[in-house]
Write a protein that binds this ligand. Structure first.
Ligand SMILES: *Cc1c(COP(=O)(O)O)cnc(C)c1O
Length: 397
């Protein structure tokens, strides 16, 4: 480990603060480090490995395609790309899909669609409205969309044309949407990096209504919330709305880089030849993996996600050392009495890998996590929350 740590910190750009653990193998929701220690994976690579590590059906789909054609340029047809696009459109009612490789790129596509759609109507309409505390990616444009100043500071100037409004503030929203320069609204229905905070349904509905009234595109960032994570295929389906554009990535590929912008009928033909592209976008191996993921997300599967979600919320919200539980589906934020980072570190020591989001502990387990393994992990998390809260209380008295 210390040799790997040394090599990594010498040669890999220092943008990540890694835990001193090397993950070498795994199956489903269980992974092992270099010493053979077992961990329950409650982060799934930040919501990426939808069916866990080395899921049999996913591995079979990917390796079958890998041995056939691993990549062709978008100058030619490959079957998995078309099959996945059809599947996504049939399950969402959207009209067209643009494939890329990441969440930021999916949002870049959404923003380009909005800019072009609006420009053809009125060249003054260039502004994209997003929410304070949102997260939309790390490229210079998606950073500009991200409503958190601390990501911006050292990277000026960012792409112009973004305005941030407070989530839940209807007045600010109405003013921003009706402004003559506004092209689109982009929101996460459940803010992920911002602290696992679901928007109020009335707010989301009103946002859609205001957008329609002003011919402003209603776009949702489902990079984290999408692909079954919230107990529906896409989180917007929990809110009774129908977006013009849906961006997604993370869990879509089940572990390979894949992003997508789903385009409704209204904007399906906005981008035409030469307007946009991506060398790797729609890669056949990534798409074959995604077909395996999305094809298994039927009603029964999503109901099971909701059931496991209800279990997590019920267990955690009554627990010692837990102040509140937020989120939706298997996207769970825990406000703990002890600092979230301490809880995560102690859970790791006891064999459970968790994430943080702002001041919360965040859980994004594989969607097919077996009930007994989930119960084991939640039990350990509860114990750690209670013990650290008790220790904190003791040190204060
Ligand atoms: C992770 C995330 C992104 C960025 O995705 P990348 O694949 O890291 O570019 C964008 N939006 C949301 C909501 C995310 O959670």
């Amino acid at each position: 480990m210390s040799e790997l740590k040394q090599k990594d910190s010498t040669y890999v750009a220092g943008t990540y603060r890694r835990f001193p653990v090397e993950i070498v193998s795994g199956k489903g929701s269980v992974v092992y480090d270099e010493t053979g220690k077992r961990y329950i994976d409650m982060g799934s690579g930040i919501g990426v490995t939808s069916f866990g590590i080395a899921d049999d059906a996913w591995v079979a789909a990917v390796t079958e395609q890998l041995g056939r054609v691993q990549h062709m340029s978008n100058l030619y047809y490959t079957e998995p790309c078309a099959r996945l696009a059809e599947m996504l459109c049939e399950k969402t009612g959207m009209a067209k899909v643009f494939f890329c490789n990441s969440g930021a790129e999916a949002n870049e596509c959404a923003i380009k669609v909005a800019r072009k759609y609006a420009a053809t109507k009125d060249p003054a309409r260039t502004t994209i409205v997003t929410l304070v505390n949102s997260f939309h990616g790390r490229t210079l444009t998606t950073l500009a969309a991200t409503g958190q100043e601390h990501y911006h500071e050292l990277f000026q100037p960012l792409t112009p044309g973004f305005r941030h409004v407070e989530a839940g503030n209807m007045e600010q929203l109405a003013e921003a949407i009706s402004a003559p320069d506004t092209a689109a609204l982009l929101v996460e229905c459940v803010q992920g990096e911002g602290g696992v905070i679901a928007l109020a349904p009335t707010y989301v509905k009103e946002a859609q209504r205001l957008c329609r009234e002003n011919d402003v595109l209603f776009m949702v960032d489902e990079v984290q919330t999408g692909n079954g994570r919230t107990g529906q295929l896409y989180a917007y389906m929990n809110f009774g709305v129908k977006p013009d554009v849906v961006s997604t990535a993370k869990g879509l590929g089940g572990g390979l880089p894949l992003g997508a912008a789903l385009l409704s009928e209204k904007v399906g033909n906005v981008l035409t030849f030469g307007d946009h592209g991506s060398t790797f976008g729609g890669n056949p191996v990534a798409c074959a993996g995604a077909c395996s993921v999305i094809s298994r997300m039927d009603d029964a599967f999503l109901a099971a996600v909701r059931e496991k979600s209800a279990y997590c919320f019920a267990e955690l919200s009554e627990a010692e050392g837990v102040e509140s539980v937020s989120g939706m589906g298997l996207m769970v934020g825990i406000k703990t009495t002890a600092p979230a980072a301490d809880v995560v570190r102690e859970c790791m020591a006891r064999g459970v890998l968790c994430l943080t989001a702002k001041d919360k502990v965040r859980l994004l387990p594989a969607l097919n996590i077996p009930a007994d393994i989930l119960a084991e992990a939640i039990g350990i998390i509860k114990t750690v929350c209670a013990e650290l809260a008790a220790a904190q209380k003791e040190s204060e008295t």
